[in-house]
Design a protein around this ligand. Structure first.
Ligand code: KE4
Length: 425
């Protein structure tokens, strides 16, 4: 019974495009109406009609501790009782900046912003300023937020300029963004050879085409290519930052960025993004340098308090070992079910990120992922939702496991997946 969600969605549809404030939430890829969530606690979310679900969206990554974490909640309430926003420096932002700089492998300085998109947009501008070059390389299938220069897809020929991937992005912007193939170093080198490039931006784990892991040598190869061709390497850690470990993907894979972008986890559920790198690069940012970037709510004290409380809680290293074990248990369980049922599928997993791809036997680049059976995924999603498990409403997203997911929750999820896959297939 989801009457209240249905009623809310019909009101929302007249007020906000698609009835949502971010497209993936509209369930367009899986059919049916989106659930309106009333509250959440631990690994569970509860919809407007009071139905409970084991949550694997985790607000798309921020809720690594689980929902309604007491330490984060108390930090927010405490900060809020002192005022919500001042538009002036606060101790809270100093503390969070200190924490991020102490943990980020590449950041000697950071600038706080309000979203991952804003972090990426600013880092790209900074890379252009630092190198004096304008071209950007990204990878097909990677998502870095909705800045114009990131809503670009490969042009007709492999070496030609990009074309807009969204209406409203002008050709004059798109031509500056070149697109390489994820996990294909040669495609990146060919572009770097073809023209002067300001930066290469990459998701160290591609978690916006499902979950696709970097091949051995891919990230270190990008590091070497950027050094060879004078481009900056921007590692987009909006998802992986503080998720794959306290040093994020850079520590996990042993590759250091020139600039890294962060979001999600560093806000503890509040709107926060950040970008950071060596002082010689970051000091170009206004007001210490000529690269303008600003924000009314950047460093908001309540958001800083939430992010700091979360990062402090992540110092408990049991978090990473637990979410890694649960992620591995989930992935192994799903793969075993698919095999038992003779289902053509594969599971990719690293730490607490996982993805069950339908209809394909391997998923290690965009070309393979594109062949996934999205119809089967949609049926599986709906069966799992009916059984009380809330998955990403798209085949091309990640499952996020939190510190609040117990062995019992994973076992319950797998039991339900056994039935859901049977019915979906
Ligand atoms: P935001 O602007 O949504 O905070 O961050 C953009 C972004 C940047 N970089 C990476 C690697 C990202 O994954 C994202 C945003 N992730 C999506 C989920 N895959 C956000 C969910 C949504 O768009 O509603």
């Amino acid at each position: 019974m989801t009457e209240k969600s249905k009623a809310l969605f019909s009101r929302a549809a007249c007020l906000m495009p698609g009835g949502v404030n971010s497209p993936v939430r509209a369930f367009k890829a899986v059919g049916g109406n989106p659930l309106f969530i009333d509250r959440a606690d631990g690994c569970k979310i509860y919809d407007a009609d009071g139905n409970a679900y084991i949550d694997y969206v985790s607000s798309w990554g921020p809720m690594i501790l689980g929902h309604n974490n007491a330490a984060v909640r108390e930090a927010v309430l405490g900060a809020a009782s002192k005022g919500l926003s001042f538009g002036a420096p606060t101790e809270a932002e100093v503390k969070l900046a200190e924490k991020i700089v102490s943990l980020s492998p590449c950041a000697e300085m950071v600038r706080m912003v309000n979203s991952g998109t804003e972090a990426v947009m600013s880092a790209l501008r900074l890379a252009r300023a630092y190198t004096g070059r304008s071209k950007i390389i990204k990878f097909e299938g990677c998502y870095h937020g909705h800045a114009d220069s990131m809503l670009v897809k490969a042009g007709s020929g492999a070496l030609t300029a990009g074309v807009p991937d969204s209406l409203g992005v002008s050709n004059s912007v798109a031509v500056e963004t070149l697109t390489a193939s994820y996990n294909d170093l040669a495609s990146a080198e060919a572009l770097l050879k073809s023209c002067d490039v300001a930066c290469v931006i990459v998701e160290p784990v591609a978690a916006n085409m499902g979950v696709v892991l970097p091949r051995e040598g891919f990230l270190s190869g990008l590091r070497a290519l950027c050094d060879a061709y004078g481009a900056l390497l921007i590692i987009d850690e909006v998802i992986t930052g503080f998720r794959l470990g306290s040093g994020g993907a850079q520590e996990y894979y042993g590759v250091k960025a020139d600039l890294a972008t962060y979001g999600k986890i560093i806000g503890g559920g509040m709107p926060v993004g950040a970008y950071g790198g060596r002082k010689e690069i970051m000091e170009l940012v206004a007001p210490s340098g000529p690269v303008y970037q600003a924000g009314t709510l950047s460093g908001n004290p309540v958001a800083m308090a939430a992010g700091l409380a979360q990062l402090n809680a992540l110092e408990n290293q049991d978090v990473y070992s637990h979410i890694g074990r649960m992620g591995a248990k989930l992935a192994a369980g799903l793969a075993a079910i698919a095999k038992r049922q003779g289902l053509k599928a594969c599971v990719n997993q690293v730490g607490s990120l996982a993805c069950l791809f339908m209809g394909i036997e391997s998923a290690d680049d965009y070309e393979s992922v594109k062949k996934a059976d999205t119809g089967l995924y949609a049926r599986y999603f709906r069966e799992m939702l009916a059984a009380g498990v809330y998955l990403a409403p798209s085949q091309f997203e990640a499952m996020f496991v939190s510190y609040s997911h117990s062995e019992a929750d994973i076992d319950e999820t797998l039991n339900k997946a056994e039935q859901a896959l049977k019915r979906a297939a």
